[in-house]
Design a protein around this ligand. Structure first.
Ligand code: DAH
Length: 337
């Protein structure tokens, strides 16, 4: 009897077995006392020495294969029988939860800020990240000798003279005021770039939101009212605000705006450097020279503008002390928001 042929037959034969009785017959046929394996084994002593070893091995592997096949078959048929009687679906078992992603914290804060302003009538407008030197500086009344125009404070494009990566979102003021007549109420979210060495509070790319209003009779008190609404919505009703005189070329008068420290409530702590106040944005009344560049008559119209860093707002709101966390894409950090 050729073992190779038997090996190829047993699988075929096993396939057709449908009952436990069938398995028993199959077992007896091959592994029974008078079965085929026993017959094959009994021929071993009559073989020559050279043949014995390899034949013995083949018989053994046939035996093992049969044992596995029979066991599998028994389990399969027994399992089917039980399946017919009991359902194995345990509906009380916890399911496999799918992980659901969410927006990045910077996107969340950007959307929150934009939605606060859009609820009071501001339109959301975006501008390009590659900007002209004119829109980024000149149109905003930033003089040629201003240090921010130096190559170490702004990324200029090597092959495109007078083009750069915008260093703030303020150039969209120039674009919007040229494209549309007042009254205007616009909010501008977006990325900005500065060649700063990266550390806990600096990144070569970050996000800003710029806002401005142009209309007849806009006053500094309008700016205060709008910003107060903003700060109270983001940081809570208990927050206090103060305006510190400051200088920006594109606004006059200009101010830096602080909120009372959200950690110590103004008493002084390590987060606010014992001052009790945290700077959140720059603002002011749009400079007449900016209006001149865009062709708006500053005798008829006035306006206010403000600009804030989104990372800074997010860091204050959530108590984050390192800006790099926003850009490292560590899901353990991002999952918290
Ligand atoms: N563009 C300023 C910056 O990036 C922020 C700013 C300050 C924007 C005062 C304004 C403003 O519109 O009035 O630092």
């Amino acid at each position: 009897m050729d073992i190779e042929i038997i090996l190829s037959q047993i699988e075929e034969e096993a396939k057709n077995i449908k009952s436990l009785e069938g398995i028993e017959q199959f077992r007896l046929k091959y592994l029974g006392r008078k079965g085929i394996v026993a017959q094959l084994t009994s021929t071993i002593p009559s073989l020559s020495c050279q043949e014995r070893a390899s034949f013995g091995q083949k018989v053994n592997s046939l035996k093992n294969k049969l044992a596995v096949l029979i066991e599998d078959k028994q389990k399969g048929i027994a399992g089917n029988k039980e399946d017919a009687q009991v359902s194995y679906c345990d509906i009380g078992m916890p399911g496999i939860a799918q992980e659901i992603g969410h927006l990045h914290p910077i996107t969340q804060i950007t959307e929150e800020v934009c939605s606060i302003f859009s609820r009071i009538g501001f339109s959301i407008v975006e501008g390009p990240e590659i900007e002209s030197e004119y829109n980024n500086f000149t149109g905003l009344n930033i003089p040629l000798e201003h240090p921010s125009r130096e190559a170490f404070d702004t990324f200029y494009l090597k092959d495109y003279p007078k083009m750069l990566l915008r260093s703030h979102t303020s150039p969209v003021q120039v674009r919007a005021m040229k494209a549309h007549k007042p009254p205007l109420a616009i909010i501008v979210p977006g990325k900005v770039y500065r060649p700063d060495a990266v550390d806990a509070s600096h990144s070569f790319m970050f996000h800003q939101v710029e806002g401005f209003i142009v209309d007849k009779g806009i006053k500094f008190s309008d700016l205060k009212g709008v910003l107060e609404l903003f700060a109270k919505t983001v940081f809570g009703d208990g927050i206090k605000m103060r305006f510190r005189p400051h200088f920006f070329p594109f606004t006059e008068p200009s101010a830096e705006v602080d909120i009372s420290c959200i950690i110590c409530k103004g008493k002084g702590c390590s987060v606010c450097g014992q001052k009790g106040w945290l700077e959140i944005l720059g603002a002011g009344m749009i400079h007449p020279n900016v209006f001149k560049h865009v062709g708006i008559d500053s005798k008829r119209y006035t306006g206010f503008a403000f600009g804030m860093g989104i990372e800074r707002i997010a860091m204050l709101k959530y108590g984050i002390n390192d800006i790099r966390l926003f850009f490292e894409n560590d899901v353990r950090f991002l999952k918290q928001f």
